[in-house]
Design a protein around this ligand. Structure first.
Ligand code: PDD
Length: 295
């Protein structure tokens, strides 16, 4: 084992630790050649991974969808994550990106060309969204690019093929938006380029159904749990652009952002144009619920 580098970014490649400057994988890795791989992003609170079993379950489900076997048990991956987190010199919490690719092999699509998958863990400082975003809410662009069809590269697979997401975000950056809300091939709202989306109407918490073609967000699941536990009605339902005129609140969810209030989407102002009280309640419930879900 290479001695732990005292660096703000630590990378573990197949069990060996590197700093950012010398972390390299082969250009013959099918992850690089074909985008053939899956990943997870999790974060720590007090240096302990949050919702770890949920992330591992999704990693294995994503890998299975591309006929890739994860060579490590959850325990072995956890040990590797802990070792990598310990190697990174961080002031606060860690951002942990786990990548599992087909591995190195000849330039052919045959999986047999790659006998061993590559497992990479990148650890760097977690950055919260700007305080301004949490207090006043953010604006989203309505992406022109359509979210991948579930019958093609299913958005439920957390795949390293992120071109669809990158294209949506390019438009969001051009428009000065925080995130990009995407529609599916049927024109229904499905999810954002990097987060899931929620709305509140008539006191009911609404989010698009998995069938709309979206990543089944771990944070989405946690928020649905929190809402149900507080007695709020939740509904996974089809939502269209026209619904943006009648929803009273909106927010997005992701591992790195928790819950971020949304006050504008394209040309629509959401509700009163400021974060709503259901969103605030869920943000508080989220903070209170974190300690119980650390590993
Ligand atoms: N993004 N939808 C998409 C397309 C995403 O990329 C993500 C997460 C989510 C939210 O999923 P979760 O709650 O499990 O983080 C939804 C991660 C953070 C990323 O790729 O950086």
């Amino acid at each position: 084992m290479v001695p732990s580098p005292a660096v703000p970014v630590a990378v573990n490649i197949d069990g060996v630790l590197y700093g950012q400057d010398n972390a390299r994988v082969s250009v013959f890795d099918h992850g690089f050649l074909f985008g053939e791989g899956v990943y997870e992003v999790l974060r720590t609170y007090d240096r302990r991974p949050f919702l770890f079993p949920e992330h591992m379950k999704r990693l294995r489900a994503s890998a299975a969808r591309i006929a890739l076997a994860c060579p490590l048990t959850d325990e072995a991956l956890l040990a590797r994550i802990r070792e990598t987190v310990a190697a990174a010199v961080l002031e606060g919490d860690a951002y942990v990106r786990i990548l599992l690719t087909r591995g190195e092999g000849e330039i052919v699509y045959d999986p047999k060309a790659c006998p061993s998958p590559t497992v990479v863990i990148i650890v760097k400082a977690h950055a919260d969204p700007p305080a301004e975003a949490m207090v006043n809410g953010v604006g989203l662009s309505l992406a022109s690019v359509v979210r991948n069809h579930p019958g093609s590269v299913d958005p439920a697979i957390k795949s390293n093929n992120l071109l669809n997401n990158a294209l949506a975000m390019q438009q969001a950056y051009r428009e000065g938006a925080f995130e990009a809300l995407m529609k599916n091939h049927r024109g229904e709202l499905c999810e954002c380029a990097q987060s899931n989306i929620f709305f509140v109407r008539d006191g009911v918490l609404l989010t698009p159904p998995v069938d709309a073609g979206l990543l089944v967000g771990v944070t989405r699941g946690f928020v649905l749990e929190l809402a149900a536990a507080s007695g709020r009605r939740t509904e996974e339902r089809v939502l269209l652009e026209d619904d943006l005129a009648s929803v009273r609140e909106a927010f997005l969810t992701s591992t790195t952002r928790e819950i971020v209030p949304v006050v504008r989407i394209g040309t629509y102002t959401i509700g009163e144009g400021r974060p709503g009280c259901v969103t605030r309640q869920l943000m508080d419930a989220f903070t209170a619920g974190v300690p119980g879900r650390l590993t």
